[in-house]
Design a protein around this ligand. Structure first.
Ligand code: KG4
Ligand code: ZN
Length: 334
């Protein structure tokens, strides 16, 4: 059995899986209401709250699954990329637990974990796939030549796609996180939307950029006013602009590399209009699409547990005193 923790941003998430990958327990405590008044995640507040919530969630995991700590084969946790305070809270907690139980501690890469749950089983990942992670911290496109090796192909040059949704929602006076709010309002709109920006310049033709969209959207909102009857149109315009920009850039990459498969994960991948647009794009380009199931798009410990299980099976993990395990807030750029 593997215990997994995810604390890289504002969700404290705990999972228990058995060695076949069956989920025995999964629960996340969201900190949304805590950070909402600030319009974004406050790192110091996030790390203190992870430290507070972890012991209680882990206790619930064992009590509700009817399992014992002594049954653990290993523990796994996200060590980066992410906010260092939150990563540290879980590292300190789990080093203690693993020391006490004399079990291996497995470090997990957050982005690989997001992509891992895009497929049910690893056999579904062909060599030379592309992987897209779209969240509040990432809008990154990778080449996967041999799982789990990732080669960064393109990325946003400014905001992440999730941030663009959050900033769009803020301009409309909606609450954080903005993506689900924008999606809910946009689904009420029928008819044309405002094409916010015609062309977006980036260093490479696969890179993305959302800051110009945000500026154009803020000025659209000030022209139109944000009365309740205009909000669905505005939200639909914001959503369409973000999605069509990602689809344009990913489409260019698919047509250039002709990969057999595209894997997609991250909070923004929960968006229904985005999922439909990805299906259409992959249909046109003949690429097999694998998107994470909606409940596993955002940050969660199940993805960490499944990555941890894979590393555990490979036998390449860290034993006591776990010297090489520390936070790697900018893992991809270290
Ligand atoms: O993966 P995630 O939970 O955390 C990070 O690693 O960042 O992603 C959170 C981001 C937020 O910016 C949120 O607004 C966005 O994902 N998001 C959505 C939707 N659900 C969450 N964006 C668009 N549509 C959604 N339904
Ligand atoms: Zn994430």
């Amino acid at each position: 059995m593997i215990l997994a923790l995810e604390t890289s941003c504002d969700d404290t998430s705990v999972a228990l899986v058995d060695l076949t990958g069956a989920i025995l327990f999964h629960r996340s405590l969201s900190q949304i209401s805590l950070h909402a008044p600030f319009g974004g995640v406050v790192p110091e507040l996030a790390s203190r709250t992870h430290a507070l919530h972890l012991p209680r969630l882990v206790e619930e995991a064992f009590r509700e699954s009817g399992r014992e700590i002594s049954e653990l084969s290993a523990a796994a946790l996200t060590i980066g990329p992410g906010l260092s305070g939150g990563l540290l809270a879980a590292i300190a907690y789990l080093k203690g637990l693993c020391f006490f139980s004399r079990i291996p501690l497995i470090p997990v890469h957050h982005v690989r974990a997001h992509l891992r749950v895009a497929v049910g089983s690893l056999d579904e990942i062909p060599p030379e796939a592309l992987g897209l992670v779209v969240s509040g911290g990432h809008t990154h496109l990778y080449r996967l030549s041999r799982w789990p090796d990732l080669e960064l192909l393109a990325r946003t040059t400014d905001d992440a796609a999730g941030e663009a949704f959050d900033k769009g929602a803020k301009a409309l006076g909606l609450s954080y996180p903005g993506g689900p709010e924008i999606e809910r309002l946009a689904s009420r709109h029928e008819g044309p939307v405002d094409r916010l920006v015609k062309s977006i310049q980036t260093p490479s033709s696969f890179d993305m950029s959302f800051s110009g969209l945000k500026t154009a959207f803020v000025s659209l909102v000030s022209r139109e006013g944000k009365e309740p009857e205009r909000q669905p149109f505005l939200a639909a315009s914001c959503q369409e602009a973000i999605i069509s920009h990602i689809i344009d850039r990913v489409g260019k990459a698919l047509r250039h590399f002709h990969p057999p498969a595209l894997l997609v994960g991250g909070g923004v991948a929960a968006n229904g209009a985005f999922r439909k647009a990805l299906e259409a794009l992959c249909g046109e380009t003949g690429v097999s699409l694998h998107v994470a199931p909606r409940p596993l798009c955002g940050d969660n410990a199940v993805m960490v547990a499944l990555m941890g299980l894979e590393i555990f099976r490979s036998g390449q993990f860290s034993s006591f005193p776990y010297d090489e395990i520390g936070p790697r807030p900018r893992w991809d750029e270290d």
